[in-house]
Design a binder for this molecule. Structure first.
Ligand SMILES: Nc1nc2c(ncn2[C@@H]2O[C@H](COP(=O)(O)OP(=O)(O)OP(=O)(O)O)[C@@H](O)[C@H]2O)c(=O)[nH]1
Ligand SMILES: [Zn+2]
Length: 361
């Protein structure tokens, strides 16, 4: 299927103002990728950004519009490829600036790539009962793990008596992360996010159901929102499945990456991300007298001492522990499955090996 993206791109010749960003810049082609391709002839192997991943293949956007490619394992939405026109499946995957991945339960595959090269993750919650510091921390850990900057958006400020109170509690969770309270329905909502959505900047949304993600997406997409409509493809059994478009050019210049996987993100081996979000506690824990301090009633516990002098909120310790335990559980389950698969593989090899021997003898 060929879609007309021409309205997103400046005219090819002199009609465009000199400083108009070129088509690749609009797709997020930045110094990080340009450096990787520096020694290559980009006319021969043009850069493409993957906009959809389906069973039947990939769709990618480049300076000349949209191209369909055969399936390429290990490639995900948001990735940059250098297109090999003669052998498309051999197109080169460029290193990623950031990557969201998740453990794929029960699929036999251990890990699922969700999205690459997102610049900013909008973590959305509302100024109401949805607000939950533990959930914010979880999402922040995910962003940290993926290597993505985060911004916390607290919607429904218009329906709250005290939006500032919610903002303060969000800021207490992550001092470095920008926090915005807003009414997603008001006309100026998109403009308030524009700072993160400039030309070539890729954003994604996470948050619970009903917090206003779609409302914000529609605000950012403006008249282009019709583009978010679903498309159909045939799966391997010839059934029609409906998949949504996954990478959208926003009228304001940025890109919106929106996949079902993005919305279902969980913590996977996120120890590093957790450490980033709870850096204060982890630093304290290193000062405890005992290396294996449980931070309960051990003498010389720096974590407890911080709680006692009011420098650390006890709830944060509980959430830190819960997140660590959850991550440990997830990782253990994965390693167990890995070990089981390995043992099974060995058994199969032994069995087939024995058969071969018998035949030989
Ligand atoms: N008053 C008010 N209503 C809002 C705001 N943001 C969203 N809503 C309303 O809340 C409802 C849910 O918003 P959605 O944008 O569908 O929420 P979502 O996060 O996309 O939900 P899912 O699609 O289930 O993930 C809709 O009725 C919106 O109109 C806000 O800032 N203020
Ligand atoms: Zn301790």
């Amino acid at each position: 299927m060929v879609r007309d993206y021409s309205r997103f791109f400046p005219p090819a010749d002199t009609g465009a103002p000199a400083r108009e960003p070129d088509a690749l810049q609009r797709l997020g082609w930045q110094a990080f990728f340009i450096r990787q391709a520096g020694h290559l002839d980009l006319a021969a192997t043009p850069p493409l950004r993957v906009s959809e991943v389906q069973r039947s293949g990939l769709t990618a956007l480049g300076a000349d519009g949209e191209i369909t490619l055969p399936p390429m394992p290990g490639v995900t939405v948001g990735d940059w490829l250098l297109h090999d026109r003669a052998r498309p499946a051999r197109s080169v995957l460029l290193d990623r600036r950031s990557l969201f991945r998740r453990r794929a339960a029960g699929t036999g595959r251990e890990e699922q790539l969700i999205a690459a090269n997102v610049d900013t993750l909008f973590i959305v919650s509302s100024c109401n009962n949805d607000f939950n510091p533990a959930r914010l921390e979880r999402y922040l850990a995910l962003a940290h793990e993926a290597g993505v900057e985060a911004a916390i958006l607290l919607t429904k400020a218009d329906a709250s008596e005290d939006p500032g109170g919610y903002a303060d509690r969000a800021k207490a969770v992550a001092r470095q992360v920008p926090v915005l309270t807003l009414n997603a329905l008001e006309p100026g909502a998109a403009a308030r996010l524009q700072g993160w959505c400039g030309t070539g900047q890729t954003v994604a949304f996470v948050g619970s159901s009903g917090v206003g993600k779609s409302t914000l997406v529609n605000a950012l997409m403006g008249a282009g929102a019709a583009q978010t409509g679903a498309i159909r493809e045939d799966d391997s059994r010839g059934r029609h499945t409906t998949t949504a478009r996954q990478l959208h050019l926003m009228p304001g210049g940025g890109l919106l990456l929106d996949t079902p996987g993005m919305r279902e993100l969980q913590l996977t081996d996120a120890a590093e991300g957790i450490a980033g979000v709870f850096a204060d506690i982890e630093a304290l824990a290193r000062q405890c007298r005992f290396r294996d301090c449980g931070h309960d009633s051990e003498p010389g516990c720096a974590v407890r001492a911080a709680v006692d002098r009011g420098a650390l909120e006890p709830g944060r310790i509980a959430r830190w522990r819960k997140l660590l335990a959850e991550d440990r559980f997830n990782s253990a389950a994965l390693h167990e499955r890995r070990a089981r698969d390995k043992a099974f593989g060995k058994m199969v090899r032994n069995a087939t090996g024995n058969k071969a021997k018998r035949r030989d003898g």
